[in-house]
Write a protein that binds this ligand. Structure first.
Ligand code: APR
Length: 243
């Protein structure tokens, strides 16, 4: 059975890298990135809000959107999928890296100690001038705060469309995927580069790719194993029977 074969491979792997997308947080009640926006925000596309131009044009609206999303993730709880990845990190020790495209901070709240956040984290605000970071204040009034250090208007600490990914996080991810024995690719549509191509680095160097997604993606035909399951069911099952 594919799950058992994937479990055996994972159990014997020394170097493991994980890539997560919005699907791992879906069962914590956080809509996936490409799910339709609801309520007041239904008339917006994320691409129309998550961009430097949108923030320059209408900082209050963009800040209000992130404040609402921040309150949403603060009210959400990590699910068994997040907890299983924190447990895998404990078992693997230094031969492990969690890379996430998610900005909800649920991996850290589940106990993952050092996730590489490719797209930032919406529970933080950042000053573009001096780089100061602080928790994002999600309460009203929805006016972007000024940096307490240099006075510049702060922004959500996320990567917007058209912006570069954090160089250190990306370099860590590329190195980990290029040397991994096993890459777990969980809950991502594998549509957005450069994240979508990282698993190919593992395949190119003879490693194993295990995809976990109820739906097929462009990675599915290339993956060594593709488990059409939810993350909260598949991940605890992959860790069963060994510690
Ligand atoms: N378990 C596992 N996978 C799931 C689950 C679940 N319970 N529910 C949904 N999925 C899968 C969907 O089938 C889909 O393939 O999660 C994936 C979510 O895809 P997207 O909504 O495209 O999210 P993601 O892949 O994380 O988007 C990547 O795109 O625009 C950028 O910055 C944005 O980080 C985001 C990136």
């Amino acid at each position: 059975m594919m799950l058992e074969r994937a479990r055996q491979r994972l159990r014997s792997a020394q170097r493991v890298v994980v890539m997560t997308g919005a699907g791992i947080s879906a069962e914590s009640g956080i809509p996936t990135f490409r799910a339709a926006q609801t309520g007041h925000w239904a008339r917006f596309r994320p691409e129309d809000l998550a961009s430097p131009d949108a923030y320059r044009r209408d900082p209050e609206t963009v800040w209000a959107w992130y404040a609402g999303r921040c309150r949403g993730v603060q009210a959400a709880q990590p699910n068994p999928g997040h907890l299983a990845m924190a447990e895998l990190e404990r078992r693997q020790g230094k031969g492990f890296l969690l890379v996430t495209q998610n900005v909800d901070g649920l991996h850290q709240r589940a106990g993952s100690r050092r996730p590489a956040e490719l797209h930032g984290n919406l529970t933080r605000a950042r000053c573009e001038s001096c780089g100061l970071k602080q928790p994002l204040n999600a309460q009203e009034p929805f006016t972007p705060p000024s940096c307490p250090h240099c006075g510049t208007v702060m922004r959500p600490d996320v990567v917007w469309f058209g912006e570069r990914l954090p160089p250190l996080a990306l370099a860590q991810a590329e190195a980990a995927f290029s040397s991994a024995h096993i890459a777990l690719v969980i809950g991502t549509s594998s549509l957005v580069e450069p994240a979508a191509s990282l698993a190919l680095l593992t395949l190119d160097t003879g490693g194993t790719v295990i995809e976990i997604n109820p739906e097929p993606t462009p990675l599915t035909p290339l993956a060594t194993f593709s488990l059409p399951m939810s993350a909260s069911r598949a991940l605890p099952a992959l860790l069963e029977g060994w510690s």
